[in-house]
Design a protein around this ligand. Structure first.
Ligand SMILES: Nc1ncnc2c1ncn2[C@@H]1O[C@H](COP(=O)(O)OP(=O)(O)OP(=O)(O)O)[C@@H](O)[C@H]1O
Length: 305
């Protein structure tokens, strides 16, 4: 596999504040990586460094085999950052053309307008669009150079549900041939779970978990058994099968049990005469794992792989 990005012992201090603390990881070509972490964890700083916008205090960053501050490297990267305002008195189409003119092999104007759902807004002043529409213009600008590596910092902030769904659909198309690489940060964990091949969790500037969404979810150790229970029975009838750690809740006839050992609990339940049906076993949500990891509950089980 070819490495697109390498961080070697990278740190960043803002005065006495250590925003990124000895971070080392690499990203392989063709992967979709979600960078997650609580507010202030260091995600934006990490992205700004790999884009060459700020210098690390220590360590080395290699992007597309080059230095992120070299124009030749930067031209191969598309980026969408937070808190970027669009210039006024310029239409969406003019702005996109301006950006396209900086690249040797740009995406076509029509492709950019179509993929971001901005065809109807093409002649409008970009700065007068709604927040969600401006976010889509920023996405189009990030895609203007037909980049090999796309870096998106909380890209769906301000987008409505439909725009977010279209956005993820477009990103899947962008990465589907395995040639392009995507690194994104988001606080929408279910979206990260759905799109990412790999998740990096950082906190206080340090990497605290690294794995596929399934690995991250499994590492918390919790799984969930969901089922229906027949009339006349309640969660209390299941209590004698549970360990002191297991948690059982009931809504209508639907029961959910959170357990560390779903296999043994299932075996016990299936040996009973209880009227159980529609039994499903699943790992927890990424949100549960994220909560566990960042709150240090089960921390020793969620070591960096
Ligand atoms: N220019 C700056 N000067 C001083 N401190 C900064 C600066 N930029 C960021 N920080 C601090 O560095 C830490 C990391 O910030 P960063 O913006 O990278 O976090 P983040 O993970 O992107 O957060 P969020 O999810 O809220 O966007 C925070 O404590 C922040 O206050």
């Amino acid at each position: 596999m070819t490495s697109i990005l390498e961080f070697q012992n990278v740190s960043k201090n803002y005065g006495s504040k250590r925003a990124v603390d000895n971070l080392s990881f690499s990203i392989e070509k063709g992967t979709i990586v979600a960078l997650l972490g609580p507010n202030g964890a260091g995600k934006t700083t990490t992205m700004a460094m790999l884009l060459g916008l700020i210098q690390p205090t220590d360590g080395k960053i290699t992007v597309l085999h080059g230095n992120p501050r070299q124009p030749a490297t930067r031209r191969q990267i598309g980026a969408m950052l937070q808190n970027v305002s669009l210039p006024d008195k310029i239409s969406v189409q003019e702005l996109l053309q301006l950006f396209r003119s900086n690249y040797p092999n740009p995406a076509s104007l029509e492709t950019l307008l179509q993929m971001t759902g901005l065809t109807a807004e093409r002649h409008k002043d970009a700065s007068k669009l709604s927040g969600g529409q401006q976010r889509r213009v920023q996405f189009a600008l990030a895609m203007a150079g037909n980049p090999q590596f796309l870096v998106l910092d909380e890209p769906t902030t301000g987008m409505d549900v439909n725009s977010r769904r279209d956005f993820w659909h477009q990103l899947r198309g962008y990465t589907k041939n395995g040639e392009r690489t995507l690194l994104l940060s988001t606080h929408h964990l279910e979206e990260a779970d759905a799109i990412a091949d790999r998740i990096l969790v950082i906190q206080h500037g340090k990497l605290i978990a690294d794995g596929s969404p399934a690995e991250i979810k499994a590492k918390t150790g919790w799984s969930y058994i969901r089922m229906q229970i027949g009339e006349g029975f309640t969660a209390a009838d299941l209590q004698c099968f549970l360990t002191s750690e297991d948690e059982c809740s009931m809504e209508g006839r639907k029961v959910q049990i959170r357990t560390r050992d779903s296999d043994s609990l299932l075996r016990k339940l299936l040996r009973t005469e209880l009227p159980l049906s529609q039994i499903e076993v699943s790992q927890g949500k990424l949100e549960d794992a994220f909560f566990a990891i960042t709150n240090k509950e089960n921390y020793e089980e969620v070591t960096v792989s």
